[in-house]
Design a protein around this ligand. Sequence first.
Ligand SMILES: [Mg+2]
Ligand SMILES: [Zn+2]
Length: 289
Amino acid sequence: MCFVDLYVLYVNECVLILKSKLFVFHTKMFAISRSLRMSRCLSGFRRGLSLSCQSGPRILAAIDFDRTIVEEDSYLAVSRLLPTRQRQELQEQIRKSGWLAFIARVLQLLHGEHKVNSASVGMLVRRLPAVPGMLRVVRRLARNPKVDLCIVSDANSFFIGEWLREYAIECLFAGVFTNPACVQSSGEVLVLPYEEQGHCELCPSNFCKGAVLEELICSGKYERVIYVGDSCNDLCAMKRLREKDVACIRRGFELFGKLAAHGRDLNCHVLTWRDGHELEELLMPKIVA
Ligand SMILES: [Mg+2]
Ligand SMILES: [Zn+2]
């Protein structure tokens, strides 16, 4: 089977999932991504979960991507490739149409009107700066044999994959739960919804982070869960955490601002952090190898 056939299969699978509205672990999507190395790393998440049964109690560290691993919002950063007026008009629609529709239109205009191809989009994403100290946190967590690391993000598999490859850290993650994306034969990046959900008002219709966490916790594999994030759809995931789990909320960002109102909804231990250096200092003592 040639490379193009793999892409056709990939896109067809995305469309099938869209139609059937099934809840799917999208690590599967990576199985036929451009990078075979990447796919080998990321398609093993379910296998990793089952292996963890044999090695005693484990810890899950689930981390958001935008403004948690990378300092910027990747969708807003990519939209800056558009002329200012066009970008501002699209941004005004985010509240009404949502972030997924926003980035879909941005990518469509970049490719169709401005002849910006996927390589240029990927290059911009690869240059997004990490939150200071966060790469060190990720590497330290990954070195702990008890810890399974995953990303839970409303960005997309193309952006996240590009960024992880830039730092050669893709293999540190047992799974990436995000909106599937692929590069079409025309060169346009296509982003599809992770799911179509109507049960959760905290999250956008394309992705409920809490449902992902719920499924991972209900697997019974994890003695403790750590969740690191900055915004209100991270709150949905954090609300699923148990007393022994830890929610790590970034100070100075959206969710921290609403902590006074929503803090009582959390049953878990809460710590707040400003950058990766502080997170490392506060979190590592709670994780004994
Ligand atoms: Mg975020
Ligand atoms: Zn939700």
